[in-house]
Design a protein around this ligand. Sequence first.
Ligand code: ADP
Ligand code: MG
Length: 558
Amino acid sequence: MEKKQFQAESKRLLEMMINSIYSQKEVFLRELISNASDAIDKIYYKALTDDSLTFDKDSYYIKVSADKDSRTLKISDTGIGMTKEELENNLGVIAKSGSLAFKKENEAKDGHDIIGQFGVGFYAAFMVADVVTVISKALESNQAYKWQSEGADGYTIEEVEKDTVGTEIILTIKENTEDDNYDEYLEEYRLKQIIKKYSDFIRYPIKMDVTQRSPKEGSEGEYDEYTEEQTINSMVPIWRKNKNELTDEDYANFYAEKHYGFDKPLKHIHVSVDGSIRYNAILFIPEKMPFDYYSKEFEKGLELYSNGVLIMNKCADLLPDHFSFVKGMVDSEDLSLNISREILQHDRQLKLIAKNISKKIKSELQSLLKNEREKYVEFYNSFGRQLKFGVYNEFGANKEALQDLLMFYSSKEKKLVTLDEYVSRMPEDQKYIYYASGDSNERIEKLPQTELVADKGYEILYFTEEIDEFAIKMLMNYKEKEFKSVSSGDLGIEEENKETEESTEQESKELFEAMKEVLGGKVKDVRASKRLKSHPVCLTTEGDISIEMEKILAAMPD
Ligand code: ADP
Ligand code: MG
């Protein structure tokens, strides 16, 4: 029997890949820059083991230059370059990754910074280019080669002159079509924007000749134009820097640069974890609630980087809903990416990171509460509601994590207090944590129902938001103390005066019957109250639900 090899239809495969892997064309630049960075990394690793080589950081860089006249965009690097064989193998064979092979060979030497692995990124160039030309001279070769391809029809290779080691990728940018604009990839501002977005933290300088204007001397309103070579990327990501070297201002600048919000961050959290999963993160608790926070448009999530390269703008899985206000980024070298490097292959690592981050946010909020009360109250006024929703949602599953972060207005302290503070102040004979619901603190204060409890000297928590009572119902109790609405039938403090009570009940029996009749079905019962002092009458409920909550429940659609 004869065994035949499958023939990959390279042409179709290439077309498919070019058009279906990436959701955005602009990522072609990210891919080519990543390759250039890998190529420089390889020289760097070589220099670590090869004494005849030195790595002088200044001579290693990536340069992006556009020429509108010839419609070409050039990405050149001073990296390790490719031999003729490497051009054929790595660029001529789809899904062959020289970088992955390099990483495997050099496992022992920690090749973690190398980005490439799938052997497809290069072809992203064909999303925006009709012709791709690669001119490369390898470190270990005296001859340079030119590889050229129009995509589908294969490629040509020929010898060329090139003095220095490294690679130039030259894209002949497509003409605009009705649906797609390609001219933008020759525009300086657009290229800068894409570099900033995806490649800001590539560790080598990405340079561009940037047009500058200076006022022409002597003639007002006229300018001299000239170009100046600039480094576009920030290179060292702030999250890789040592915390001790960074100031609050550095973090605030990063917050503004990244457009996390128009406000200032209230608090930053810088995390570097080097355990079973490695990641760095910079998280921010914003000062103000974003204007769209409670609208459908609001998307929670953190930026996700893999090795300094942006993978996802808003990774929602990294944040639980109750911390959806947190902004920031996570960078990890341990993520297993899918082929487009846009989504993740497995979410195990992500889950671990998310869990870890959640804990950090919680403990940071706790320490804010403990050490910077004013700031915490400011935070709570913006986002406290979200914490209460957090307790209520998922049926109290987040109870442990969130209950210590809650605050309510106190009848005694006349300010927000925590449940812990409330309970620690409770007199010994007090059985419950009392609360009263209403539209505003002023109105609650005037409720006849609060009188008896207040008179006893007990503190009352004022619930002015609809979510308050729902959240408390999920908590059920705090430090073994149950919550009790001041409008519930049994307040647990009325045992005294059993006798007078009974006699009043007897004496007034007829009156109550008459009142009940007049009120028709509007009340269930009329009784003598044991809780009034200055008010003649008050409404109470039977069971656990307050009048306020009954109102809300009644208003809810079934
Ligand atoms: P990946 O980066 O995932 O390996 P690519 O398709 O982006 O896949 O690149 C394929 C291979 O081509 C790389 O692994 C590398 O060996 C080689 N290569 C691409 N660009 C360059 C470059 N600028 N310098 C040196 N080698 C390169
Ligand atoms: Mg690549």
